[in-house]
Design a protein around this ligand. Structure first.
Ligand code: PLP
Length: 474
C-alpha cells in the first residue's frame, strides 16, 4: 500500500512524473497487477516488467531508468511533429479552459471542429469536401463499413455489402476493424463480422518469384479482380487497403499495383477506401499516400498523424461520390460517437497541422530528409544479416536473413522459432533506438522532424545493434 500511495502521488508531482524519482520496480508491479496492455502476453510481461516511458523531446524518449532512446517508430507511427511541442499543449489547454467538451449530435457544432473540417477539405485530394470525426482509426474503419453499406442500400443495391481487404493488412481492433484487417493472430481468436473477404498482399519478397516487380504489381492487383468475380460483382461494396502496409511490415507495393487496383475498382464500380491512418499527413512525402500512389479513393481513413498522437482523433474523409448519396438522399445517418468532433482533439489537430504546413515537413520528406533517409538506410544492405532494405518517405524496412542472395525471394530466412527479429529488437533498444520487429523484418517510421544528423545517428545505432545481433547468433 505504501508503494501504491507513492506511485499515485508521483502522478500529481511533475518532477516525479518526469521520471526523476520513480521507483521503476514498484511501477512495474502495479502495472502488471492492474493494467491490461494491448497486444500483450501478460504472463510474459509480469516476469519481465514493462518499460516505463516518462518523457519525450523532439525525436527522443526517456524511460524511468534514465535511458535516452531515439524513437524510430514515432510512438506508434503517429508523433509526426516530434515530442514536446508546447504550442500543441497550449492549444489544448486554451480549448479546455474555453469549452472542454460539447457533443456534435442534435444540430450542434463547435468552432475547432468546423475549422478542422474546413482545413481538412483544403488539404485532402480535390473530391473530398466532407469529414466524419471519430476518436481512433478503428472507429473510423467501423464508420467506413456502415457508410459503404448505407451508400449501396440508398442506391437500391441491398446485396452489395461485402468488403474486400488484404491478408496482413491492419485496419484496427474494433470488431469491424479486425475483420477488415487480415492479421492471422487476430482472426484466430474469432469474433469477426461476416461480409468481409481477403486477397493476398503485394509482397514481392513473398510471392514475386520469377517476375519483375512491375509484373508482380499487376499480378497482385489481379487477385482483386479474381475475388470480385468469385464473389459476384453485385455483392461487392468496396475494397480497403493501406497505400503502404504498415503494421504488416512496411510492405511497399510495386508502382504498378495501385493504378491497377484503381482500374479494377472502376471497372466493377466498387468503392475504394484508402486507409491512411499511417500514411496520411506527410509520412510518405505527400500529404496523403493516395496522391503518391496516384489513386482516387472514395473514402480516406485517417487518425494518428492528424494530432501527432498528442490526443486521440480519427475520422473518415468522405469523397463526393459517397457524400452526394449519403447527404443528399440519406436523411439521418444513425451513427456517431460521443467524441465525434471533440473540441480539444480538433484544437490539437489544428495546431499540429499548422506545424506540419509551416515547417514544410511534407516537402522535406519528399525531397530532402526522405531521400537522405532512404540512402542511409539502404546502405545497411552491406551488413551480413540484412537483405533488401527499402524505404518510402519516412517508413522503411529490412529483412534479417540467414543467407543473402541477389533476388529478395532467394534469400534464406531464419527459422520462425529462432526469434531473430525479437533478439534484434532488444539490441536496438540497448543501442538507444526503437525499431519494430514484424517477424524477422525490422521497420522504422521516425518523426517527420528528424534531421539528417539524427538520421545518421539512427542508422549508426541500427548498424551497431545489427552487429550485436550477429555476434549473438555466432
Ligand atoms: N488503420 C491502420 C492502417 C493502422 O495502422 C491502425 C493502427 O495502427 C488503425 C487503422 C487503427 O487505428 P487505432 O489504433 O487508432 O484504432
Amino acid at each position: 500500500n505504501t508503494t501504491r500511495e507513492a506511485i499515485m502521488a508521483a502522478i500529481s508531482d511533475t518532477k516525479s512524473a518526469a521520471g526523476q524519482d520513480v521507483d521503476t520496480a514498484a511501477v512495474r508491479k502495479l502495472d502488471s497487477a492492474h493494467f491490461i496492455h494491448p497486444f500483450t502476453d501478460h504472463a510474459a510481461l509480469a516476469d519481465k516488467g514493462a518499460r516505463v516511458m516518462v518523457r519525450g523531446e523532439g525525436v527522443y524518449l526517456w524511460d524511468s531508468d534514465g535511458n535516452k532512446i531515439m524513437d524510430g517508430m514515432s510512438g506508434l507511427w503517429c508523433v509526426n511533429v516530434g515530442y514536446g511541442r508546447t504550442s500543441i499543449s497550449q492549444a489544448v489547454y486554451r480549448q479546455m479552459e474555453t469549452l472542454p467538451f460539447y457533443n456534435s449530435f442534435f444540430n450542434t457544432t463547435n468552432l475547432p471542429a468546423v475549422q478542422l473540417a474546413t482545413l481538412l477539405a483544403d488539404l485532402a485530394p480535390p473530391s473530398f469536401k466532407h469529414v466524419f470525426f471519430t476518436s481512433s482509426g478503428s472507429e473510423a474503419n467501423d464508420t467506413n463499413v456502415r457508410m459503404v453499406r448505407r451508400y449501396w442500400d440508398l442506391l437500391g443495391y441491398k446485396d452489395r455489402h461485402t468488403i474486400i481487404g488484404r491478408i496482413n493488412g491492419y485496419h484496427g481492433s474494433t470488431v469491424a476493424g479486425a475483420a477488415l484487417g487480415g492479421m492471422s493472430g487476430m482472426h484466430a481468436q474469432g469474433g469477426m463480422i461476416p461480409g468481409v473477404a481477403h486477397i493476398g498482399q503485394p509482397n514481392y519478397a513473398e510471392s514475386g518469384r520469377g517476375m519483375t516487380e512491375a509484373e508482380f504489381g499487376i499480378v497482385a492487383a489481379g487477385w482483386l479482380e479474381e475475388k470480385i468475380l468469385e464473389l459476384g460483382p453485385e455483392k461487392v461494396a468496396a475494397f480497403i487497403g493501406e497505400p503502404v502496409q504498415g503494421a504488416g511490415g512496411v510492405i511497399i507495393p510495386p508502382s504498378t499495383y495501385w493504378p491497377e487496383i484503381q482500374r479494377i475498382c472502376d471497372k466493377y464500380e466498387i468503392l475504394l477506401i484508402a486507409d491512411e491512418v499511417i500514411t496520411g499527413f506527410g509520412r510518405l512525402g505527400a500529404m496523403f499516400g493516395s496522391e503518391l500512389m496516384q489513386i482516387k479513393p472514395d473514402l480516406i481513413t485517417f487518425a494518428k498523424g492528424v494530432t501527432s498522437g498528442y490526443v486521440p482523433l480519427g475520422g473518415v474523409l468522405v469523397g463526393s461520390r459517397v457524400a452526394s448519396v449519403l447527404i443528399d438522399k440519406g436523411g439521418d445517418f444513425n451513427h456517431g460517437f460521443t467524441y465525434s468532433g471533440h473540441p480539444v482533439s480538433c484544437a490539437a489537430a489544428l495546431e499540429n497541422l499548422r506545424i506540419i504546413q509551416d515547417e514544410k515537413l511534407v516537402s522535406a520528406v519528399a525531397v530532402d530528409t526522405g531521400p537522405y533517409l532512404r540512402q542511409a538506410f539502404c546502405a545497411l544492405a552491406s551488413h551480413p544479416l540484412v537483405s533488401h532494405p527499402d524505404a518510402c518517405g519516412f517508413v522503411a524496412g529490412l529483412n534479417l536473413v540467414k543467407k543473402k542472395a541477389d533476388a529478395v525471394y532467394d534469400c534464406e530466412p531464419f527459422g520462425s522459432d529462432d526469434g531473430v527479429g525479437m533478439i534484434c529488437r532488444g539490441h536496438m533498444f540497448n543501442n538507444g533506438i526503437i525499431m519494430r520487429a514484424v517477424g524477422d523484418r525490422m521497420i522504422i517510421a521516425p518523426p517527420l522532424v528528424m534531421t539528417k544528423v539524427q538520421i545518421d545517428e539512427m542508422v549508426g545505432r541500427i548498424r551497431d545493434a545489427l552487429d550485436a545481433t550477429l555476434a549473438d547468433l555466432r
